[in-house]
Design a protein around this ligand. Structure first.
Ligand SMILES: [Zn+2]
Length: 198
């Protein structure tokens, strides 16, 4: 799914008002699986001068990038972190590690069912198996239209929960911008039938 949906869902499930550190750990955990892509893509574009078509059509599917994605999207790695965090939950770092790992696992749990042609190796290093889902959050031939509608619904429910949980103005501003973007994304997706990068 799109990165903001992962963060909204993880925060809706795990965040608490007035628990700053906990909430930041959840936010970072919710985006960490996508971080490799955010560093890799600008690097290829601005440092190596690779075109968008070459990047997403070719380089993305080659071993260096696929390996990086596997490391950052590994269920076993975050599961081990969650167990260590749980065992040390009496300490602050244990609690934060647990929240970080759980948020990352929420991310993976919502990516696994909706990555079709671009399935990840979610069980690395135990296995290189890829679950090629019959559903995709953006690919038109794999029900992308319906899945993206479901994604928007998850986002809106999460926005609603977070809106009620956090009275701070800046939170409400961020949530409003995101709500607007989800509506805009649906419009664009339906009108132009374009692919939206994760
Ligand atoms: Zn992801």
């Amino acid at each position: 799914m799109n990165s903001p949906t992962h963060s909204l869902l993880a925060l809706a499930l795990l965040s608490k008002e007035r628990h700053r550190k906990r909430n930041w750990a959840i936010f970072i955990g919710s985006i960490i699986p996508d971080i490799a892509i955010y560093i890799w893509a600008p690097y290829q574009k601005f440092v190596n001068g690779v075109s968008g078509a070459d990047m997403w059509g070719k380089l993305y599917f080659e071993p260096p990038m696929q390996n990086l994605i596997a490391y950052f999207n590994s269920v076993p790695i975050y599961a081990v972190m969650a167990i260590i965090g749980y065992a040390a939950r009496a300490k602050t770092w244990g609690k934060l590690l647990l929240m970080f790992a759980l948020a990352a696992l929420v991310h993976l749990a919502t990516d696994l069912p909706v990555h079709g042609h671009d399935a990840y190796r979610h069980f690395w290093p135990l296995s290189d198996w890829r679950f090629h889902s019959p559903f995709s959050y953006y690919e038109q031939d794999l029900h992308g239209k319906w899945v993206s509608l479901l994604e928007a619904l998850i986002a809106f429910v999460s926005i609603f929960i977070l809106w009620k949980r956090f009275p701070k103005l800046w939170v409400k501003i961020v949530l409003s911008v995101l709500a607007f973007l989800y509506v805009a994304m649906q419009v664009v997706f339906r009108l132009a039938a374009i692919n939206i990068a994760s």
